[in-house]
Design a protein around this ligand. Structure first.
Ligand code: SAM
Ligand code: SF4
Length: 474
């Protein structure tokens, strides 16, 4: 019997695979990128409509033709038109690298006898968070291997611990999670600790390829992972992040897998993923991948542009796995969040002795080791507004990317003023004189773009921040 997701009732769809490899390969092999069609698809996205799988395949197949530049230009225009020039900043905090799984690409895999295993104790977590707060971070993603030590109760405990750390004006206002898939009860326990987004990356959406890379432990189970975020939704976590690890299988298949996953969540829960991540494989301890599906820089840029056009209202995350020059270019195509000041070695934010990366202690190699201050400096130089905003999540305005996208004036009323206010705090508390100067100029310029009333209100709040108040938002 042919797999037909459309014919299934929603409850049936929820807990089983919604990926049909044959359907995806048919789209890749049989969709023609005719010039006018490609342009119509780009125009549809610019008209704020999400794309179907087939339309996404049209863009995918236009890669390598002279239409590639039009796709990138479309993504750039969509970002400017819809989201403006804010970039949200965060940092990852690795809590523990014990792992029962055996993923061929990961330095933490259980068969890596040389990996130095560590789980931060409460005191070490507090020290790490204080160091992160001292650099100006407000948003973290906590990362864990998959291990019985990292139970839902333990994850919830670490989340609450992080929220409780205050140093000077420092505080963490949003804690996201990247950890193993849980059962519904487990998700409920973690959800109740007050997390932002729960991320689970499928790594590869192709079931056979998935088997090839995942040699042991619970992560071997493709469907358990694929349906993880359905269980999260059932448990009341409606803020979820999806991702694929590019380099495991054909990038075109993964892009359609991500779009299919998005469709599935929208169809079943009326809300798509909050964010999409697209890490590329980087060097790791005893990396065991042959490079057949390595995604080139050129393809990487295009696939980000295609994702931007395909799911125009979902946040896109670009991490320090990528080198600064790649980040600089890819950011234009619709990225909404990046990390800054990233360190992967457990305990290394508070202990800066080991500045050189040691792959025995890290999951993979990062290629943008710049400090948060350096990343912010560059963003300001390039006219972005670095933002630490956590307002929607704390005001209960869930689905903020969707609102940014679809509610007229939302960005001017909420996002830009909040970005300006969090940047003002950063300048007052952490910036050097030189960065402060650049920062106030960017703020001045962006204040002019606001409605007079909102501008006045924002300026008053900036004065209050200068006098020492914190955490003011709309
Ligand atoms: N243990 C959790 C899990 O597997 O879901 C957390 C995952 S890991 C700490 C976060 C992500 O890093 C993985 O989902 C994978 O996509 C990515 N990753 C693993 N090895 C990598 C490598 N060598 N290069 C780049 N990214 C990698
Ligand atoms: Fe463990 Fe995650 Fe690494 Fe796989 S990717 S070995 S599950 S930490």
């Amino acid at each position: 019997m042919k797999f037909s997701p459309e014919k299934m009732s929603i409850p049936d769809q929820r807990m089983r695979s919604f990926i049909d490899p044959e359907e995806i390969w048919n789209l890749i092999n049989n969709t023609k990128p005719e010039r006018q069609r490609v342009r119509d698809v780009i125009a549809k996205s610019l008209d704020k409509q999400r794309l179907t799988l087939e339309e996404t395949a049209v863009l995918i197949n236009a890669v390598g033709t002279d239409l590639s530049d039009e796709i990138k230009q479309g993504a750039r225009e969509l970002k400017q038109r819809v989201y403006g020039n804010r970039i949200v900043l965060f940092a990852p905090l690795y809590v523990g690298n014990r792992c029962i799984n055996n993923c061929k690409y990961c330095g933490f895999r259980t068969s890596n006898a040389d990996a130095v295993r560590k789980t931060l104790n409460d005191n070490e977590i507090i020290q790490e968070v204080e160091a992160l707060e001292d650099s100006g971070q407000k948003r973290l993603i906590l990362v864990y291997g998959e291990h019985p030590d990292y139970s839902p109760e333990y994850i919830a405990h670490t989340v609450k611990l992080v929220y409780g750390v205050r140093k000077g004006h420092g505080e963490i206002r949003r804690v996201n999670i990247n950890a193993a898939p849980l059962d519904i009860e487990g998700f409920r326990i973690v959800g109740e600790s007050g997390i932002g987004t729960y991320q689970v990356f499928q790594e590869t959406y192709h079931p056979e390829a998935y088997k090839w890379y995942h040699l042991g432990g619970k992560k071997k189970d493709y469907e358990w992972r694929l349906t993880a975020l359905d269980r999260a939704q059932e448990a009341g976590i409606d803020d979820v992040g999806i991702g694929a690890l590019f380099g495991l299988y054909d990038w075109r298949f993964e892009v359609l897998g991500l779009v299919r996953h998005t469709n599935h969540l929208e169809a079943c829960y009326d809300v798509g993923p909050h964010t999409i991540s697209f890490p590329r494989i980087k060097d790791a301890l005893s990396l065991n991948i042959d490079g057949t599906y390595q995604t080139s820089n050129e393809d990487f840029k295009k696939l980000v542009a295609i994702l931007r056009l395909a799911v125009p209202y979902t946040g896109l995350i670009l991490t320090a796995r990528e080198a600064p020059d790649v980040r600089r270019e890819v950011m234009q195509y619709g990225v909404s969040q990046i990390d800054g000041g990233t360190k992967l070695e457990l305990g290394s934010y508070s202990d800066s002795k080991n500045e050189v990366q040691n792959l025995n202690r890290e999951q993979f190699k990062i290629n943008d080791p710049r400090s948060l201050a350096e990343v912010i400096d560059e963003l300001l130089t390039n006219d972005y507004i670095p933002s630490f905003c956590t307002s929607c999540y704390r005001m209960g305005r869930t689905g903020e990317h969707f609102m940014e996208f679809s509610v007229p004036g939302f960005i001017k009323r909420f996002c830009t003023p909040n970005a300006i206010l969090t940047l003002s705090e950063y300048i007052c508390d952490y910036a050097t004189d030189e960065v402060a100067l650049k920062g106030w100029k960017v703020i001045e310029k962006n204040l002019q773009k606001l409605e007079p009333g909102v501008m006045q209100n924002t300026m008053e709040k900036i004065e209050r921040i200068k006098k020492g108040e914190r955490d003011l938002y709309f």
